[in-house]
Design a protein around this ligand. Structure first.
Ligand code: DC
Length: 228
């Protein structure tokens, strides 16, 4: 039996990870797993508990994370549930982006979610997107891609996405918040966003998601069956 294919797609926000990872998962016939959605689910729960930013009581958030049931339904789209409630739409609010980044810096939160992420992809494989998939969750996979694009491009994409969801935001604010979040995610003590020599660096700045997904698919297939 061959081991299931696990593709790690890491990178900063707005690089197009979700669309690329979803397209690639469909082409490879494996589940698409958005790990950011899991941090967002815990961020949403923290906000609903009345926890404020910046988080002062990390132990309280760790206890909260332990007590929640986080459900993931994989398929062409991924759905997220907190204690059985579908939060797929609610976790996309800009305020939850800030909460997700804050809770993701807490070691106990990461421990819990990393364990679940390993379990989710161990059986059937998957295309998993996040910040630490190739460094912490599946460091042994040979298929690691670091997807990025210039900040201005990423911010413009995020602003367009927010507008299409019916929650438009001032584009310059989107850019400032994205820059802060990326800085925090790349500079935290616990599993910071990093790109090392085990990754293939892919710039999505001048190409659309389907072209990027096609390039990654080609590389994955080449590596999975060299010469064949
Ligand atoms: O990809 P996203 O914007 O939905 O992620 C939300 C936050 O969660 C982001 O600020 C960083 C964090 N995150 C993380 O620390 N590790 C992951 N594997 C995925 C997301």
């Amino acid at each position: 039996m061959t081991a299931p294919v696990i593709v790690a797609i890491d990178g900063p926000s707005g690089a197009g990870k979700s669309t690329v990872a979803r397209t690639l998962a469909n082409r490879l016939g494996v589940p698409y797993i958005d790990t950011g959605a899991m941090y967002r689910a815990i961020g949403l729960a923290a906000r609903e508990q009345g926890i404020e930013l910046p988080i002062e009581d990390a132990a309280r958030v760790e206890r909260l994370a332990e007590s929640l049931s986080i459900g993931i339904e994989t398929g062409p789209e991924m759905r997220v549930f907190v204690n059985g409630r579908d939060v797929t739409a609610a976790i996309r609010e800009p305020e939850i982006s800030r909460y997700a980044s804050a809770v993701s810096a807490i070691p106990g939160v990461r421990r819990r979610l990393v364990a679940e992420q390993r379990r989710l992809a161990a059986e059937s494989g998957g295309v998993m997107e996040g910040r630490d998939i190739g460094t912490k969750v599946f460091p042994e996979t040979p298929h690691k891609f670091f997807l990025t694009a210039p900040l201005a491009v990423r911010a413009a994409r995020r602003a367009a996405e927010l507008e299409s969801r019916g929650t438009p935001q001032d584009p310059s604010r989107v850019l400032t918040e994205m820059e802060k979040r990326d800085f925090d995610d790349a500079n935290r003590a616990e599993s910071p966003l990093t790109c090392d020599e085990t990754y293939v660096l892919v710039d999505s700045g001048d190409r659309d998601a389907s072209a990027v997904a096609a390039e990654i698919e080609r590389r994955v297939r080449e590596r999975a069956s060299p010469g064949g």
